[in-house]
Design a protein. Sequence first.
Length: 569
Amino acid sequence: MTPNDAPNALPAGTDFIRTVVAEDMKTGKWGGKVVTRFPPEPNGPATLGQAKAIGIDFGIAEEFGGECHLRMDDTNPEREEEEYVEAIKEDIRWLGYDWGEHFYYASDYFDQMHRYAVELIRQGKAFVCDLSADQVREYRGTLTEPGRESPYRNRSIEENLDLFERMRLGEFENGSRTLRAKIDMASGNVNMRDPIMYRIVKVAHHRQGDKWCIYPSYDWAHGIEDSIEGITHSLCSLEFQDHRPLYDWFLDQLGVHHPRQYEFSRLNLTYTVMSTRRFRVMVEQGLVSGWDDPRLSTLRGLRRRGYTPEALRDFCRRIGVAKTDSMVDYAFLEHCLREDLNKRAPRVMAVLNPLRVVVENYPEGQVEEMEAINNPEDPEGGGTRKVSFSRVLYIERDDFMEDPPKKFFRLAPGREVRLRYAYFIQCEKAIKDENTGEIVELRCTYDPETKGGNAPDGRKVKATLHWVSADHALPAEVRLFSHLFTRENPLDVGPDEDWKDSVDPNSIETLTGCRVEPSLKNAQAEDRFQFERLGYFCVDPDSTPERLVFNRTVTLRDDWAKIQSSQKK
């Protein structure tokens, strides 16, 4: 596959990374090969933030006819579990990418990493340090002051080899010793101030068991993994930019295959967080119902909410690849989703807050099948379906007002409106509960000459309402969601504040007693629909044939379009 042949590919020079890759292909720098990798830590399912990286890593490989490796960065046994490995694989496949035969673990290379560490010790470029973690931080210095050399920095090669072997054999306690690279404690880049390569962590590994009690740091492991796998373009988020000199230093000292690392800005989105670590805190503290809570921006949370992989891929393409961090408005994500669902989601009618309507002049027992359009925006033609109309209906309670203001055009006493796909009806009377005064029923009449929603005499109405037949509609539960956080930037907190304080406990509202049209009887989990006039909804996995449950995916109101319009003015 050549550049731009891949589905939804971007032009080769669209961003700085694609420009680099295109030039490398032209000059034959890597022998005409493009090999990227996506290296998640298996400490939770994939997130929307990672979806951007997934799209870049897999997308560029796909566009340039290369390969992308999926590599689990399982170098920290204290936080990693096999279940998350499978979750991440499932999430990536759902997003639409595949690694083929190129699935690896960082732990596959532990033996080679150890041999390389011994080699650096033999070169006099690594040493065993007895400083505690706090002391290491103290000796490191600051951004304006150089660090101080460890008192153990000048141990002999023989002593370092002996101590490192004893570390490997488990002779020392957790945290009592580390292996550090010997670089430059006066470097302006604090990452180069004798960084830690190995720590003692006496915890069983999810794949290696008790074979190891020393584990490599990410900075030490990262470049070696890329080198062993023959990666050509190591694509990372921007926080690793200052780590690149260390990446280069390790590979240069070892004299092995040396990929080039490029950094791009990570995805920051308003009203949410992107860190797996923070998601895990919310899950473990019960602030959300689990990793697939529809309010979370994990891929499985978004999937349960009703997001499509196509919409997420489109979103990641459209926000682009840049070298500077920025904040993306959540409204733009929803805009991309609406554009996708508008083309693919069938239209149906549902009433979330039902108000009973009796059409008094409609014959009792009579049922008509009205023809309804499934999706007028479907480029392949969505077809039609039949919707039952009868004497007793439900409409939205908000679609009626007894004493309406001037700009309220929906149903009111003496007013005529159109019922979608059906007839004109006019409200004659509102029936109230004797005790509460609440309106419980409307008595209306219909005009039999207006079937299909048009009047032969040409008269017009100002509102069209959705409805369902009381005898045919199915009961349903509907869950409405708002932003999980009340702050636009949840992490922008003061010194005495906690980012979790802005979690909104009212960000989910559950509606019972809803009614949906009978065509949804056999709807399956993750099926998506547009409830006419109400928004896009998705069948929740909690749903059963006896109890339909829907999640609101997104409203019909496009805030992003309004933002763009106001900016143009």
